[in-house]
Design a protein around this ligand. Structure first.
Ligand SMILES: Cc1cc2nc3c(=O)[nH]c(=O)nc-3n(C[C@H](O)[C@H](O)[C@H](O)COP(=O)(O)OP(=O)(O)OC[C@H]3O[C@@H](n4cnc5c(N)ncnc54)[C@H](O)[C@@H]3O)c2cc1C
Length: 214
Protein backbone atom coordinates (compact mmCIF):
# COMPACT_ATOMS: atom_id res chain seq x y z
CA UNK A 1 0.00 0.00 0.00
CA UNK A 2 1.01 3.61 -0.43
CA UNK A 3 2.22 6.11 2.17
CA UNK A 4 -1.34 7.03 3.19
CA UNK A 5 -2.30 3.39 3.77
CA UNK A 6 -4.24 2.74 0.56
CA UNK A 7 -3.85 -0.18 -1.80
CA UNK A 8 -2.84 0.80 -5.32
CA UNK A 9 -2.10 -2.48 -7.07
CA UNK A 10 -2.85 -6.19 -7.12
CA UNK A 11 -0.01 -7.47 -4.90
CA UNK A 12 0.38 -10.75 -6.77
CA UNK A 13 1.45 -9.19 -10.07
CA UNK A 14 4.94 -9.69 -11.47
CA UNK A 15 7.50 -7.55 -9.61
CA UNK A 16 8.16 -5.30 -12.58
CA UNK A 17 4.44 -4.51 -12.91
CA UNK A 18 4.25 -3.70 -9.20
CA UNK A 19 7.36 -1.52 -9.47
CA UNK A 20 5.88 0.25 -12.47
CA UNK A 21 2.66 1.06 -10.58
CA UNK A 22 4.65 2.14 -7.50
CA UNK A 23 7.00 4.42 -9.42
CA UNK A 24 4.50 5.82 -11.90
CA UNK A 25 1.64 6.44 -9.47
CA UNK A 26 3.11 6.54 -5.92
CA UNK A 27 6.45 8.32 -6.41
CA UNK A 28 8.34 5.07 -5.79
CA UNK A 29 7.09 4.54 -2.22
CA UNK A 30 5.15 1.54 -0.92
CA UNK A 31 4.72 -0.75 2.08
CA UNK A 32 3.94 -4.43 2.02
CA UNK A 33 1.69 -5.29 4.98
CA UNK A 34 1.74 -8.79 6.46
CA UNK A 35 0.38 -10.41 9.59
CA UNK A 36 2.11 -12.97 11.82
CA UNK A 37 0.51 -15.93 10.04
CA UNK A 38 1.56 -14.77 6.59
CA UNK A 39 5.13 -14.05 7.72
CA UNK A 40 5.38 -17.59 9.09
CA UNK A 41 4.01 -19.04 5.83
CA UNK A 42 6.34 -16.93 3.70
CA UNK A 43 9.44 -17.82 5.74
CA UNK A 44 8.56 -21.50 5.47
CA UNK A 45 8.25 -21.12 1.69
CA UNK A 46 11.66 -19.41 1.53
CA UNK A 47 13.31 -22.18 3.55
CA UNK A 48 11.80 -25.04 1.56
CA UNK A 49 14.42 -24.43 -1.16
CA UNK A 50 11.96 -24.12 -4.03
CA UNK A 51 12.75 -20.46 -4.74
CA UNK A 52 15.83 -18.98 -6.39
CA UNK A 53 18.33 -17.47 -3.95
CA UNK A 54 17.78 -14.03 -5.47
CA UNK A 55 14.12 -14.40 -4.47
CA UNK A 56 14.34 -16.08 -1.04
CA UNK A 57 17.38 -14.24 0.40
CA UNK A 58 16.02 -10.67 -0.07
CA UNK A 59 12.55 -11.84 1.04
CA UNK A 60 13.94 -13.30 4.29
CA UNK A 61 16.16 -10.26 4.84
CA UNK A 62 13.14 -7.98 4.44
CA UNK A 63 10.89 -10.05 6.70
CA UNK A 64 13.45 -10.44 9.47
CA UNK A 65 15.47 -7.23 9.35
CA UNK A 66 13.73 -4.71 7.11
CA UNK A 67 10.37 -4.62 8.79
CA UNK A 68 8.36 -2.44 11.16
CA UNK A 69 6.34 -4.42 13.69
CA UNK A 70 3.36 -3.49 15.86
CA UNK A 71 0.67 -5.24 17.88
CA UNK A 72 -2.22 -3.47 16.16
CA UNK A 73 -2.87 -1.86 12.78
CA UNK A 74 -3.26 1.55 14.43
CA UNK A 75 0.19 1.23 16.04
CA UNK A 76 1.65 0.00 12.76
CA UNK A 77 0.23 3.03 10.96
CA UNK A 78 1.88 5.27 13.55
CA UNK A 79 5.21 3.50 13.04
CA UNK A 80 5.18 3.96 9.25
CA UNK A 81 3.69 7.43 9.26
CA UNK A 82 0.45 6.55 7.50
CA UNK A 83 -3.09 7.50 8.50
CA UNK A 84 -4.39 4.90 11.04
CA UNK A 85 -8.01 5.34 9.90
CA UNK A 86 -7.06 4.87 6.25
CA UNK A 87 -4.88 1.82 6.96
CA UNK A 88 -7.58 0.15 9.07
CA UNK A 89 -10.24 0.87 6.45
CA UNK A 90 -8.01 -0.54 3.72
CA UNK A 91 -7.21 -3.72 5.62
CA UNK A 92 -10.83 -4.25 6.66
CA UNK A 93 -12.01 -3.93 3.06
CA UNK A 94 -9.22 -6.21 1.87
CA UNK A 95 -10.03 -8.81 4.56
CA UNK A 96 -13.70 -8.82 3.65
CA UNK A 97 -12.77 -9.60 0.05
CA UNK A 98 -10.17 -12.16 1.12
CA UNK A 99 -12.64 -14.03 3.30
CA UNK A 100 -15.09 -14.16 0.40
CA UNK A 101 -12.41 -14.97 -2.17
CA UNK A 102 -13.17 -11.84 -4.24
CA UNK A 103 -10.98 -8.76 -4.62
CA UNK A 104 -13.31 -6.21 -6.23
CA UNK A 105 -10.73 -3.42 -6.09
CA UNK A 106 -7.82 -5.06 -7.94
CA UNK A 107 -8.85 -8.54 -9.04
CA UNK A 108 -6.30 -10.47 -7.00
CA UNK A 109 -6.82 -14.20 -7.50
CA UNK A 110 -8.68 -16.12 -4.78
CA UNK A 111 -5.65 -18.37 -4.21
CA UNK A 112 -3.52 -15.36 -3.29
CA UNK A 113 -6.08 -13.59 -1.12
CA UNK A 114 -4.79 -14.07 2.43
CA UNK A 115 -6.67 -12.19 5.16
CA UNK A 116 -4.51 -10.14 7.53
CA UNK A 117 -6.07 -10.79 10.93
CA UNK A 118 -3.46 -12.17 13.30
CA UNK A 119 -1.15 -9.68 14.97
CA UNK A 120 1.53 -8.67 15.35
CA UNK A 121 1.42 -6.87 12.04
CA UNK A 122 4.42 -6.09 9.85
CA UNK A 123 5.16 -3.38 7.31
CA UNK A 124 8.00 -3.93 4.86
CA UNK A 125 9.42 -0.97 3.01
CA UNK A 126 9.53 -1.94 -0.68
CA UNK A 127 10.18 1.61 -1.91
CA UNK A 128 12.65 2.19 -4.70
CA UNK A 129 15.04 3.89 -2.22
CA UNK A 130 14.80 1.15 0.45
CA UNK A 131 18.24 0.45 1.96
CA UNK A 132 17.43 -3.11 2.95
CA UNK A 133 16.07 -4.43 -0.33
CA UNK A 134 19.20 -4.98 -2.43
CA UNK A 135 17.71 -5.11 -5.91
CA UNK A 136 14.39 -3.30 -6.14
CA UNK A 137 15.08 -1.90 -9.60
CA UNK A 138 17.03 -2.51 -12.76
CA UNK A 139 18.16 -0.26 -15.57
CA UNK A 140 15.81 0.20 -18.52
CA UNK A 141 16.49 2.20 -21.62
CA UNK A 142 19.76 3.89 -22.45
CA UNK A 143 21.59 5.74 -25.19
CA UNK A 144 19.95 6.31 -28.55
CA UNK A 145 21.50 3.98 -31.12
CA UNK A 146 21.29 3.26 -34.81
CA UNK A 147 19.02 0.21 -35.05
CA UNK A 148 21.09 -1.58 -37.67
CA UNK A 149 24.56 -1.21 -36.09
CA UNK A 150 23.96 -0.14 -32.47
CA UNK A 151 26.27 2.83 -33.07
CA UNK A 152 25.51 5.50 -30.47
CA UNK A 153 23.78 8.53 -31.99
CA UNK A 154 24.70 12.11 -31.22
CA UNK A 155 22.12 14.71 -30.18
CA UNK A 156 21.87 15.52 -33.88
CA UNK A 157 21.01 11.87 -34.64
CA UNK A 158 24.33 11.04 -36.34
CA UNK A 159 26.43 7.94 -35.42
CA UNK A 160 29.40 8.81 -33.15
CA UNK A 161 32.45 7.23 -34.71
CA UNK A 162 33.78 4.19 -32.83
CA UNK A 163 31.13 4.26 -30.09
CA UNK A 164 28.63 1.39 -29.77
CA UNK A 165 26.16 0.52 -27.03
CA UNK A 166 24.34 -2.73 -26.28
CA UNK A 167 22.12 -4.26 -23.62
CA UNK A 168 20.58 -1.89 -21.15
CA UNK A 169 23.18 0.77 -21.94
CA UNK A 170 21.27 1.19 -25.22
CA UNK A 171 17.64 1.86 -25.86
CA UNK A 172 15.84 -1.24 -27.06
CA UNK A 173 12.78 -3.43 -26.77
CA UNK A 174 12.78 -3.27 -22.95
CA UNK A 175 13.29 0.49 -22.75
CA UNK A 176 9.91 1.53 -21.47
CA UNK A 177 8.66 -1.39 -19.41
CA UNK A 178 10.45 -4.51 -18.23
CA UNK A 179 9.22 -7.83 -19.55
CA UNK A 180 10.96 -10.90 -18.13
CA UNK A 181 13.06 -12.68 -20.74
CA UNK A 182 12.92 -9.79 -23.16
CA UNK A 183 15.72 -7.94 -21.41
CA UNK A 184 18.33 -10.70 -21.68
CA UNK A 185 17.24 -11.60 -25.21
CA UNK A 186 17.55 -7.97 -26.26
CA UNK A 187 21.02 -7.77 -24.62
CA UNK A 188 22.25 -10.79 -26.59
CA UNK A 189 20.78 -9.59 -29.86
CA UNK A 190 22.03 -6.00 -29.51
CA UNK A 191 25.43 -7.18 -28.20
CA UNK A 192 25.97 -9.36 -31.25
CA UNK A 193 24.89 -6.54 -33.54
CA UNK A 194 27.15 -3.98 -31.83
CA UNK A 195 30.07 -6.44 -31.73
CA UNK A 196 29.73 -7.24 -35.42
CA UNK A 197 29.55 -3.55 -36.36
CA UNK A 198 32.55 -2.67 -34.14
CA UNK A 199 34.57 -5.56 -35.61
CA UNK A 200 33.64 -4.28 -39.08
CA UNK A 201 35.12 -0.87 -38.20
CA UNK A 202 38.33 -2.47 -36.87
CA UNK A 203 38.70 -4.61 -40.00
CA UNK A 204 38.04 -1.64 -42.28
CA UNK A 205 40.67 0.41 -40.42
CA UNK A 206 43.17 -2.45 -40.60
CA UNK A 207 42.54 -2.90 -44.34
CA UNK A 208 42.92 0.84 -44.80
CA UNK A 209 46.27 0.98 -42.98
CA UNK A 210 47.51 -2.06 -44.96
CA UNK A 211 46.71 -0.36 -48.29
CA UNK A 212 48.48 2.78 -47.05
CA UNK A 213 51.67 0.85 -46.21
CA UNK A 214 51.66 -1.04 -49.60
C1 LIG B 1 17.46 -10.20 -9.95
C2 LIG B 1 17.33 -10.02 -11.45
C3 LIG B 1 16.63 -10.95 -12.19
C4 LIG B 1 16.53 -10.79 -13.56
N1 LIG B 1 15.86 -11.73 -14.31
C5 LIG B 1 15.78 -11.59 -15.62
C6 LIG B 1 15.11 -12.56 -16.43
O1 LIG B 1 14.60 -13.57 -15.92
N2 LIG B 1 15.03 -12.35 -17.76
C7 LIG B 1 15.57 -11.24 -18.36
O2 LIG B 1 15.47 -11.10 -19.57
N3 LIG B 1 16.22 -10.31 -17.63
C8 LIG B 1 16.34 -10.46 -16.29
N4 LIG B 1 16.98 -9.51 -15.55
C9 LIG B 1 17.51 -8.32 -16.22
C10 LIG B 1 18.79 -8.64 -16.93
O3 LIG B 1 19.62 -9.41 -16.07
C11 LIG B 1 19.52 -7.32 -17.25
O4 LIG B 1 18.63 -6.48 -17.97
C12 LIG B 1 20.75 -7.62 -18.11
O5 LIG B 1 21.66 -8.44 -17.39
C13 LIG B 1 21.45 -6.34 -18.50
O6 LIG B 1 22.58 -6.71 -19.25
P1 LIG B 1 23.66 -5.65 -19.63
O7 LIG B 1 24.71 -6.39 -20.38
O8 LIG B 1 23.04 -4.47 -20.29
O9 LIG B 1 24.22 -5.12 -18.24
P2 LIG B 1 24.92 -5.93 -17.07
O10 LIG B 1 24.56 -7.39 -17.12
O11 LIG B 1 24.62 -5.15 -15.84
O12 LIG B 1 26.44 -5.81 -17.47
C14 LIG B 1 27.17 -4.62 -17.27
C15 LIG B 1 28.57 -5.03 -16.91
O13 LIG B 1 29.41 -3.87 -16.90
C16 LIG B 1 30.24 -3.95 -15.78
N5 LIG B 1 30.65 -2.58 -15.47
C17 LIG B 1 29.94 -1.59 -14.90
N6 LIG B 1 30.67 -0.47 -14.79
C18 LIG B 1 31.87 -0.76 -15.32
C19 LIG B 1 33.07 -0.02 -15.50
N7 LIG B 1 33.15 1.26 -15.16
N8 LIG B 1 34.13 -0.63 -16.07
C20 LIG B 1 34.05 -1.92 -16.47
N9 LIG B 1 32.94 -2.69 -16.32
C21 LIG B 1 31.87 -2.10 -15.75
C22 LIG B 1 29.41 -4.59 -14.70
O14 LIG B 1 30.23 -5.17 -13.71
C23 LIG B 1 28.67 -5.66 -15.53
O15 LIG B 1 29.42 -6.87 -15.62
C24 LIG B 1 17.12 -9.66 -14.19
C25 LIG B 1 17.82 -8.73 -13.42
C26 LIG B 1 17.92 -8.90 -12.06
C27 LIG B 1 18.71 -7.88 -11.26
Amino acid sequence: MDRRGERFCNEEVYGAALGHAMCETREGHAWLILDARLVKLALRECLRGKLWAFQSVPAMLLMLAGRKRAGSLADLAARIGSDPAVLERTINAYNLGALNGIDRAFGKSAAMLQPLMYGPYYAIDISSDSRVFPCPSITLGGLRVDETSNAVLSAQGRPIEGLFAAGRAACGLASNHYVSGLSLADCIWSGRQAGRAAAGVVLANAAHSLTETD
